[in-house]
Design a protein. Structure first.
Length: 176
């Protein structure tokens, strides 16, 4: 357990939010937790840019149309559109990522893993991709390979590492 006393947690929150200073007596655990909170929230805030994730255009590219199908849960249709998108631009790692995502949800794990592998070749630092591929690998019963993606997410400092760890623990019981 991280905190030995309830006071530690409340102090960590107050330290993080600026409602107190280190002049108050606090444990080292609380200070470390406050630092961890600040790093997690600042990294998460820096990582998301709304302009990079615009709403899909209904009449847009195959990639945009595929995104719409993903949001509607139409996995086979989405996969077909993402296959067209990667045929147009073989260097589009996001299209390969969403192709893998669609194929995984359609239950086509080997094809999904192949699409994810192609995307990793292009951009090994894309955290969502590592999480998705790790889930596909876990579903395919390839726990050791899934753990390598988990380790990569931990090295990146990604909060997605915990999601993947839970999915690996569940194994092939779910496809989300």
């Amino acid at each position: 357990m991280l905190f030995h006393r309830p006071y530690d947690f409340s102090l960590a929150i107050r330290l993080y939010t600026g409602y107190t200073t280190f002049q108050e007596e606090c444990s080292m655990r609380a200070a470390v937790f406050a630092l961890a909170l600040s790093l997690v929230f600042s990294t998460a805030a820096l990582g998301y840019e709304a302009a990079r994730h615009p709403k899909p255009d209904l009449n847009g590219s195959f990639y945009e149309q595929g995104r719409i199908q993903v949001h509607q849960g139409r996995w086979e249709r989405a996969a077909a559109l993402f296959q067209k998108a990667v045929a147009e631009d073989a260097k589009d790692y996001k299209a390969y990522t969403l192709l893998g995502y669609s194929l995984r949800h359609a239950g086509r794990l080997n094809e999904a893993i192949a699409a994810y592998n192609r995307a990793v070749e292009m951009n090994p630092g894309y955290a969502e991709l590592r999480e998705y591929r790790g889930k596909a690998l876990a579903l395919a019963g390839r726990r050791e390979a899934a753990m390598r993606d988990y380790a990569a997410l931990v090295r990146m400092g990604s909060p997605l590492a915990e999601d993947l760890k839970e999915a690996i623990g569940r194994g092939a019981r779910t496809v989300n």
